[in-house]
Design a protein around this ligand. Structure first.
Ligand code: C2E
Ligand code: CA
Ligand code: CA
Ligand code: CA
Length: 278
């Protein structure tokens, strides 16, 4: 930055200052956001591609800030992760998601599954294990399979016994595990074999550029073939067009998720959507 002109440097340090201030502001306000009912959980349908049925949904947290407006989880989740706040938010999202699943399982589809994103920090700071999640499920008389936990490759790369044991605990409770954003990090197919993973979620970056003859199409096909050989189901993220959907279906992709089917929507809207489509 030193080689840049004075004005440029000034401008640059100014924005850094601004973003640090905003981060502190978000950190402070996030602490009371739950109590003040500013957080909500939206659900994005996951479609079984060969039948067209919505069999699952991903829970995605939303924050409507009173003065800043909508703040993206891509911005505030890292803030929550920097403190223990992510535990509180993660537990709350989990409880919201299984309440919706209980309703949908009773009325629409006995096997309906919700997936929740679990940050590596939730594994690292988790002192009480996952017993409280087991209790929440038991209270609603739900089997573990109601939930799929979405984790990222970074977690598996840590390879710490303590974290692996926690994954096993979730598995013992019957929950399923999905590997999120597959293909973006240091993906290794070895992880899929080493850890007991149920779903592979192909990242939106691949899906976006899929077209006939593209290298993305070949990559997706290779990922699907190998995932199936290892006994995993594949979910493609970020499907926006019919063309992408048809292409993925033709190479054997099991599930799809994206704006083509639906954006993430409030629980009530999903409830109505399922009532209309099932
Ligand atoms: P993610 O887990 O990869 O979630 C998928 C993101 O892609 C969501 O963004 C979703 O709205 C967006 N998306 C879905 N379909 C499409 C599409 O067709 N086109 C495009 N352009 N985008 C699509 P969102 O809701 O903003 O979430 C961003 C990230 O924040 C998530 O990425 C996840 O890493 C994190 N996140 C969200 N909710 C939670 C949560 O409850 N806990 C944790 N730990 N992380 C969360
Ligand atoms: Ca996810
Ligand atoms: Ca993802
Ligand atoms: Ca992603």
């Amino acid at each position: 930055a030193k080689r840049l002109g004075g004005n440029t440097f000034h401008y640059y340090s100014h924005t850094l200052q601004e973003s640090a201030t905003r981060r502190m502001r978000l950190d402070t306000d996030l602490r009371s956001a739950l109590e003040n009912q500013q957080l909500a959980v939206h659900y994005q349908p996951i479609v079984h591609l060969s039948s067209g049925k919505i069999q699952k949904a991903e829970a995605l947290v939303r924050w409507q800030h009173p003065t800043l407006g909508f703040v993206s989880p891509a911005e505030f989740i890292p803030v929550a992760e920097a403190s223990a706040l992510i535990i509180k938010i993660g537990d709350w999202v989990f409880q919201q998601a299984i309440m919706l699943a209980a309703q949908l399982r009773a009325v629409h589809d006995a096997d309906f599954q919700v997936s929740v994103n679990v940050s590596p920090v939730q594994f690292r700071l988790n002192r009480e294990g996952w017993q409280h999640w087991a209790e929440h499920l038991a209270r609603l008389k739900l089997p573990g399979k109601t939930v799929a936990v979405e984790i990222t490759e970074g977690l598996l790369m840590e390879s710490r016994d303590e974290i692996l044991n926690q994954l096993l605990l979730l598995r013992d409770m019957g929950m399923q595990v999905a590997l999120d954003d597959f293909g973006t990090g240091y993906s290794s197919l070895a992880y899929l074999q080493k850890f007991d993973i149920d779903y592979l979620k192909i990242d939106r970056a691949f899906v976006q550029n899929i077209s006939s003859g593209s290298s993305e199409l070949s990559l997706c096909e290779a990922m699907i073939v190998m995932a199936h050989k290892l006994g995993l189901k594949v979910i493609a993220e970020g499907i926006e067009t019919e063309e992408q959907c048809n292409m993925l279906r033709s190479i054997g992709c099991d599930y799809g998720q994206g704006f083509l089917f639906s954006r993430p929507i409030p629980a009530n809207d999903l409830y109505e959507l399922l009532g209309r489509t099932l």
